[in-house]
Design a protein around this ligand. Structure first.
Ligand code: ATP
Ligand code: MG
Length: 490
């Protein structure tokens, strides 16, 4: 097996240790699925007939993960984060599921076959033994992998009634792998969607994030809607279906949101941009009014209402506060672009202060998603480039005494002179020198220079400062030109 698949040392060491102690050990789950697909596994899971305390005894550093008996084997010298912890779980069977989310009890008195039977999809129920070159695949997982089918192990409806989260896992795997959900499995989801009401929001959130972070989130959300599952994840999105917009848009609000989301995925942008792309127009349905004068739909204030709604959705799904704050800011300010006013530096500064320095570039990216999502991106992207250029201008440190490694107070202390216009003149004189040679911008160097400059009279200092003024302006001009050139704007 080790010849067929690239198995890291760290992993085979774990299975060998178990086998040397007389236990069985198989790779299982997502890592086996990924190996057969020729992908690099994100994490490695081992299943064994050893019991939790027997596993713990075989490795120098371990920890218990949960009530299912999973032991995390810690590999401290490992640099690859995917290998730092290898999860080892005893074979187990599960009792009845009376609540659609977890078994009433689990038993470790089980065989490998029992353990494979409790797994969700055929492609996740393939076990691989490295030392014996053996594959255990009782449900035809390899055939389904080849056909690109996501098929429940056993009777789909029964399996979804045991743990409703499996329905979201199916959709997530569909998004990640581009596989088709097998017909009966699909029917099972349609019939069981409502059971998702019983699932902890945190579990739903984690699958939702994985779905959004896949390559095909648009398709996955559409499938979730189709199968009746979206109603139990983000019902608010359903209100956007069929909400027609004005001429600038080729699509209804629903399709626009999905296309914006998809663009964020095509760009491989992070989760907060993907969430903002999906939710930025979430309140268009309730703010839509027909304008007689314009003979068009208007959506005044949808970004304000939408920001609040986005906050409620994300909090309900237990997203971490910091992420919620960022996404809400992006949604709240996504209309910055529609101001018909001229783009001025002060307006751009206001925008930066509203959305936050750390978010302003993401807001520009959200705008790109929004624009592509219209399906009619006809407006000249010049305006966006102009914004980007102005943001860079507004964010950079201007050429001023503020960029020096010392300030007025330092000079008063070092040169022992009282507050007077002379301080400002010394700072200006120092700035001239730093502009000539940026290396000089260090506190100790400037301190020594300041002491020397303090000997000069105010008039002499003023002369030095003024002579450099022109140079400073030139310098400013050069920087602005470079920034504007970068964005191709005037
Ligand atoms: P990922 O690539 O995200 O790690 P995965 O399939 O490995 O995908 P895990 O959550 O790591 O997902 O689960 C490991 C294995 O445990 C799965 O492949 C599957 O065999 C089993 N499993 C996980 N969740 C469930 C569930 N809700 N019901 C049944 N089996 C499950
Ligand atoms: Mg996994």
């Amino acid at each position: 097996m080790k010849d067929l698949f690239p198995i890291p040392e760290t992993v085979s060491r774990v299975t060998e240790t178990l086998e040397k102690a007389g236990f069985e050990a198989y790779l299982i789950g997502g890592c086996v699925r990924d190996l057969f697909l020729g992908k690099t596994p994100k994490d490695w899971d081992v299943t064994t007939n050893a019991k939790p305390d027997e596993i713990t005894g075989l490795f120098p550093k371990t920890f218990y993960e949960n009530e299912y008996g999973t032991v995390g084997v810690v590999n401290e010298d490992e640099k690859d984060p995917a290998l730092e912890i290898v999860e080892v779980t005893p074979y187990r069977t599960e009792s009845e599921y009376s609540d659609s989310r977890r078994p009433d009890s689990v038993s470790f008195d089980a065989t490998l076959e029992d353990d494979l039977k409790r797994r969700d999809f055929t492609m996740n129920a393939i076990a691989l033994n490295l030392s014996k070159n053996k594959v255990v695949d009782p449900f035809g997982g390899r055939v389904d992998l080849q056909k690109g089918l996501i098929r429940a192990v056993g009777e789909p409806k029964k399996r979804f009634s045991e743990d409703a989260l499996r329905m979201l896992r199916a959709i997530r795997l569909h998004a990640e792998l581009g596989f088709t959900i097998e017909e009966k499995t699909k029917e099972g989801i349609k019939d069981s969607a409502e059971l998702l009401k019983k699932i902890a929001k945190e579990r739903i959130r984690d699958e939702f994030i994985k779905t959004l972070m896949s390559e095909n989130p648009m398709e996955a959300i559409a499938v979730a809607q189709n199968l009746g599952v979206l109603e139990f994840v983000v019902p608010e999105l359903l209100d956007a279906i069929g909400i027609e917009q004005n001429q600038a848009h080729a699509f209804d609000v629903w399709t626009h949101l999905l296309k914006s989301l998809q663009h964020s995925a095509d760009k491989k942008w992070p989760i907060h941009i993907r969430l903002a792309a999906l939710f930025h127009d979430i309140s268009k349905p309730e703010t839509r009014r027909w304008s007689k004068e314009k003979e068009e739909w208007t959506f005044y204030g949808h970004e304000v209402v939408g920001a609040r709604k986005t906050e409620a959705i994300l909090k309900n799904l237990k997203f971490p506060n910091e992420l919620v704050t960022t996404v809400v800011k992006l949604v709240r300010w996504h209309m910055f672009f529609s101001d018909t006013e001229q783009i001025t530096l002060s307006a751009v500064r206001r925008l930066i202060s509203n959305v936050g320095k750390e978010n302003v570039w993401d807001l520009m990216n959200l705008r790109v998603c929004d624009r592509i999502g219209t399906g009619r991106p006809k407006e000249n992207p010049y305006r966006l480039r102009k914004y980007q250029s102005m943001v860079e201008e507004a964010m950079r440190d201007p050429v001023s005494v503020g960029m020096l490694a010392i300030d007025g107070k330092d000079i008063m202390d070092i040169a022992k002179i009282p507050a007077s216009p002379k301080i400002g003149q010394i700072l200006h004189a120092l700035l001239e020198e730093v502009l000539e040679n940026p290396e000089l911008n260090k506190k100790d160097i400037l301190s020594k220079k300041a002491i020397k400059l303090a000997i000069f009279s105010e008039e002499e200092l003023k002369e030095r400062g003024d002579s450099g003024k022109e140079k400073r302006e030139e310098e400013e001009e050069k920087i602005l030109k470079t920034i504007r050139g970068k964005y191709g704007v005037q």
